[in-house]
Every structure is written in C-alpha cells, then in structure tokens.
Design a protein around this ligand. Structure first.
Ligand SMILES: [Cu+2]
Length: 278
C-alpha cells in the first residue's frame, strides 16, 4: 500500500512543479508556450490517470472515465489559467479527451499485457513531463538571469527517474499478485500420489464453488483409492495407473480423505482437503 502512495505523491509533485513554473514565470512565457503546456499537461494527465484507473479498477469503468476526464480537464484549465483564454479552452478540451481515451485504452488491453502497457504509460507520462520541463526552463532562462535549483534540469530529472524505477518495481509486484490469484482460481488441478501407506501431499487447499480436478496417481505396489468422506467422490487406481475426476466443493470447510482398502486408513493413508477462499 505504501508504494502506490509514494508513486502518487511523486506524480503530483512532478505535475505541481510544472504548473508552478508556468504560474511564477507567466510574464516570461509566450502565449504559444502557455497553450502548448496546458494542452500537453491536460492530455497526458487525463490519459495516464484514465489508463491506470481502468486497469486497477476495472469494475468502475464509468466512474473512472468521468474521474479521469474531470482531472484531465481541471489540470488543463489550471495550467492554462495564467496565460490566456485560448490556453484554458485548449487545456480543458485536451484534458477531457485524454481522460476519455485513457480509460478506453485501459480496458482494451488484455491482462497479460498490463505490465507492458503500465510501464510504457509511466515512461511516456513522465518523459513528456520532463520535455515540458525542459521547454519551460529553456524559455525562462532565455529571458532571465536568475539561477536557481528549480531551473536546473537535474532535480526534476532525478524525480522523473525515481518515478520510473518505483513504478517498474510496483508493476512487478502487481503482476505477481494477479498471476498468483489467477492460478488458484482458474486452474484448480490437484494431483495426489499414493504409495504404501500415505498420500502426498496429504493436505490440499482448494476454493469453493470452482471446479477442481483431482487425480490419484498410484506409485505404489498395491491398489489404492481416494475417498472424500461425506461426499460422493471416489477414485481408484491400480499400481502404476491413475484416475481423475472433477468435483465442485459447494462451501468452505475441511474434508477428510481416506483410502478404503482394508487396513490402509489405519496405516496412515489419510489426507485433508481444505476448502477456503484463496
Ligand atoms: Cu491404500
């Protein structure tokens, strides 16, 4: 939870830095520059917020579209405000447009490409921020002799790099989490081996309401079976063979499994299936 928060703060900082520059040095900036900056910041902010929010909150597509259009438009207006009416209008339109396109891009991407698109978008967003920053300080330095750290590219560049790096590690974690989840929910295949006289593994976790395919592989020299107590589920395998069957566990709980061959249960051929929301 900490990492996304830090990234959001860096993003806001990068944006505020640019907007402040265009405010404080509005006398030094031409109308044209004001227009370009407000259009670009509105568009880029709307686009990136739209894409990210559509990927992270896919169930709120409508809300996220409105939100990113709103944020993009506001950023465009705020940035264009010190310059001219035309900068305000251009900023507003670009921001709204960017927000709309961003969420569409976000839902168009299939989950296996989330990682790529997130990294491309983060690089693109802060890369454009940096270009705008260079444009601004170039214009400002042309007409002023004031030298300060806010007008040197290095601090801003450092912040841009830390955002890209932080975002890269964040998407790795995000991807691990979604893949991990997907494996459990959509691909519940459980293979249990049997020999004299045990099951391996002897404890299995599955989630309720999903189809689970259970396979009993007999690696032993005697016949074995796999019966879930309380459910009508029975697998049987002769030595060197296997048997599979699918089952849906209706609710969470713990199920006992035994081998019903004479004497095997008491010799230790038991297992437990834990049905729980993974
Ligand atoms: Cu057995």
């Amino acid at each position: 939870m900490l990492k996304p928060l830090v990234l959001i703060i860096i993003f806001i900082l990068l944006l505020i830095w640019l907007i402040s520059l265009s405010y404080f040095f509005k006398e030094k900036l031409s109308n044209m520059i004001g227009m370009v900056v407000s259009m670009t910041l509105g568009m880029i902010t709307g686009l990136s917020i739209g894409t990210f929010s559509a990927i992270f909150f896919p169930n709120f597509f409508f809300e996220m579209t409105v939100l990113s259009m709103l944020v993009g438009g506001i950023i465009g207006v705020v940035t264009g405000f010190p310059h001219s009416l035309i900068a305000i209008i251009d900023g507003l339109l670009s921001g709204v447009m960017g927000g709309m396109m961003g969420t569409m891009l976000g839902v168009m991407i299939s989950p296996e490409h989330y990682n790529q698109i997130l990294n491309i978008m983060s690089l693109w967003t802060v890369g454009i921020f940096f270009l705008i920053y260079l444009l601004l300080i170039y214009e400002i330095n042309m007409v002023t002799n004031k030298k300060s750290l806010t007008l040197h590219p290095l601090p801003y560049f450092t912040l841009v790099c830390s955002f890209i790096l932080g975002f890269h590690y964040f998407t790795i974690e995000f991807n691990d989490r979604t893949n991990h989840h997907a494996n459990h929910v959509y691909n519940q295949e459980v293979i249990v081996a049997a020999n004299e006289y045990q099951f391996g593994p002897d404890q299995v976790q599955v989630s309720p309401g999903e189809e689970v395919t259970l396979t009993l592989v007999n690696n032993g020299i005697e016949q074995h079976d796999f019966e879930i107590k309380g459910l009508d589920f029975h697998l049987h395998a002769m030595p060197g063979t296997s048997e599979s069957k699918s089952i849906v566990f209706p609710k969470s709980g713990s199920y006992e499994v035994i081998c019903t061959i004479q004497g095997h249960e008491s010799a230790g051929m038991t297992a437990t299936i834990i049905v729980t929301e993974l």
